[in-house]
Design a protein around this ligand. Structure first.
Ligand code: GLU
Length: 278
């Protein structure tokens, strides 16, 4: 049995991260299995090595422990691209030139049957991003037809409870309500969070994904990607996200809640962990 804590180095670690780490590491400790650390840094527009280093330092200071080596996603673009290519080969993905602004203006992505050609041709190793001129979307309707005879569900585990969640219904609703098809390769980074996270959960044989409830809706898509890619669906435990006093998800702008500043103000690791509660 194995779980993971998978932060993105987009800023300083704050109390919200400490809370999420506590839930993931305690979840595994209580059940006597490993918690891996994974650095989710494929988005080079927001992630930096400096913050990756800080993640190691702050988590270590807080007293968490993880097996080595740590998987750093930005070293594995090629693997994620292969997973995307596989969905293209199934005829379930298409190139889409629409920007977010276009979509806000009411335009809908349409699969014109364009076959995504040459997606893997431009790069040859794990460190370089695929160069693409358009983003690539997964055709949800076609994908649901492709797996129509199969169950699309996941198990949500709480403390001592297990519920089966039906992702097919949620995804069918998205199609019926004309929600834009999900992006599986972003134009600017060549891959996407949805692919990288599902690929790694599969590759690292994660049995229990422990993460914030803000990602609950994405799980339906992740279940579909797992089914299309012949990957096993792990169990999920979505925990509440620690909010600040304004009701926002704790963010980097709340400088005083960063682990670094709490530490330099003389708090001990235990005091910071105690503060990181709902
Ligand atoms: N890297 C994501 C984040 O920092 C978490 C992804 C996940 O746990 O699935 O929000």
């Amino acid at each position: 049995m194995v779980t993971r804590f998978a932060p993105s180095p987009t800023g300083r670690l704050h109390l919200g991260h400490a809370f999420a780490a506590k839930v993931a590491f305690n979840f595994s400790k209580n059940q006597n299995f490993n918690c891996l650390l994974r650095i989710e840094d494929i988005d080079h527009t927001r992630c930096t090595n400096k913050y990756t280093l800080e993640i190691y330092q702050e988590l270590d200071w807080l007293g968490f422990d993880w097996p080595l080596p740590v998987k750093v996603q930005s070293k594995h673009y090629y693997d994620y691209a292969k997973a995307i290519k596989n969905l293209c080969n199934l005829g379930l993905a298409y190139e889409c030139p629409l920007t977010r602004g276009n979509i806000r203006d009411g335009l809908l992505p349409i699969n014109k049957g364009t076959i995504v050609k040459g997606y893997l041709d431009n790069f040859k190793d794990g460190n370089s991003k695929p160069n693409i001129t358009n983003s690539i979307r997964l055709d949800l309707k076609k994908s649901l037809q492709y797996v129509k005879d199969q169950e699309l569900t996941f198990i949500e585990t709480g403390s001592g409870t297990e519920n089966k969640v039906n992702s097919k219904i949620a995804l069918m609703n998205a199609v019926e309500n004309n929600k834009p098809d999900p992006i599986i390769a972003r134009k600017d980074i060549g891959v996407s969070y949805h692919i990288a996270v599902t690929y790694d959960d599969h590759y690292q044989k994660i049995t229990h994904v422990v993460r914030g409830y803000d990602l609950y809706e994405s799980t339906h898509l992740h279940v579909l990607i797992q089914k299309l890619s012949n990957w096993r669906t792990p169990k999920y435990h979505h925990h509440p996200v620690l909010n600040n006093e304004y009701g926002d998800k704790l963010s980097k702008r709340g400088l005083d809640t960063t682990i670094r500043s709490l530490r330099s103000n003389g708090l001990t690791a235990q005091q910071v962990l105690d503060m990181a509660t709902l």
